[in-house]
Design a protein around this ligand. Structure first.
Ligand code: 13P
Ligand code: SF4
Length: 325
């Protein structure tokens, strides 16, 4: 797309959003063009906790969520009076897909004595069965809080984040065995070799990555926490083990620094997701435009389920407000 075409497209979409009293809320993993549109149209870019918080507090009548389905559902659960639309409702998440509500109900019923904590990357139907919802930015704090009260945890769905949190907090956690198709592919051996090539680089890792990769990290955190690390650390180079969509904001915040993708393939192996979420990639300007025109990608959540899912979600937001996160 030429510079002129891009400006034209951004202007057209900004006007379409304005005409609908809509605000665009985008995740860092979406296409840089989508993030740029969020910036120029007065929208928001953030991690999943910040997206939820922004959606809950905006005055706009319509929230356009560029991300994956659970993010759209979260916005709807928190703001039932608003319309929530997405560029495409087909944008899923392997963690959400790997934790069907019926199977989760069986797991939960087997351990009634445990406090149920689910990651935000789940369907509304799974959240509706939980005591707490957490995102990666707040998981350690919430579990610490519960462990201090002597509570045992039933955790779903991301096993790597669950293991990391259990190790950090010492909490007794029973883990569902889900994983993220993107972060699961980062390879410790390749990362070790890359560290040798760039000895001055800080290694930033999202906690959905495997244990051996986390062990090589200088900083482990949510997307926003990793972005902040690139601004706060003195290093000029960063090896980044998360979706490469975040390079847009990292580079924008620190134009003089360089960012290197952590390796996803072993020797001779080919990557499947290649550090890029296939579902996040479905959010494009073209389908955003069609969604706004056709008005056929609205998120709906059954009201009974919404009321149940709201309780653990609101608990997370209240807790995060106390932490001033
Ligand atoms: P964050 O909460 O860190 O933005 O993570 C969301 C996600 O889907 C990571 O894969
Ligand atoms: Fe889900 Fe992984 Fe994509 Fe995040 S990157 S939305 S966890 S599949």
């Amino acid at each position: 797309m030429s510079h002129g075409e891009k400006t034209e497209r951004m202007t057209e979409l900004t006007e379409m959003l304005k005409a609908r009293n809509a605000v665009l809320v985008a995740h860092y993993y979406t296409d840089p063009l989508m993030q740029e549109l969020a910036e120029v149209s007065g929208g928001f870019i953030g991690d999943s906790l910040e997206m939820a918080r922004f959606g809950a507090n905006t005055d706009a009548q319509t929230i356009v969520v560029a991300g994956v389905r659970f993010m759209g559902e979260t916005a709807k659960i928190l703001s039932p009076e608003k319309r929530v639309i997405m560029p495409t409702l087909a944008a899923e998440c392997s963690l959400d897909l790997g934790c069907p509500p019926e199977e989760f109900a069986v797991f939960r019923a087997q351990h009634p004595e445990r406090t149920v904590v689910v990651y935000a990357n789940t369907s509304a139907a799974v959240k509706a069965q939980a005591d707490w919802v957490v995102t990666s930015s707040i998981a350690v704090d919430v579990i610490n809080h519960l462990a201090t009260r002597g509570e045992k945890i039933l955790w779903a769905p991301d096993q790597h984040l669950g293991r990391y949190v259990a190790t950090k907090t010492g909490a007794d956690m029973l883990l569902w065995n889900g994983s993220c198709v993107v972060h699961e592919e980062f390879k410790a051996q390749g990362l070790q070799k890359l560290k040798a090539v760039y000895p001055e680089a800080a290694v930033l890792v999202h906690p959905e990555s495997p244990e051996a990769v986390l062990a090589l990290a200088d900083v482990i955190g949510s997307t926003t926490q990793l972005l902040k690390a690139t601004q706060n650390l003195p290093n000029q180079q960063f090896i980044v083990a998360t979706d490469r969509g975040i390079f847009y904001k990292m580079q924008q915040a620190s134009p003089q620094k360089s960012f290197i993708e952590a390796p996803t393939g072993g020797s001779g192996a080919t990557c499947r997701s290649c550090a890029h979420c296939p579902w996040m990639a479905m959010n494009q300007l073209d389908n955003l435009r069609s969604s706004l025109l056709a008005d056929d990608q609205e998120v709906h959540v059954d009201e009974g389920m919404r009321m149940k899912a709201l309780v653990p979600l609101q608990r997370m937001l209240d807790f995060s407000a106390g932490l001033k996160l």
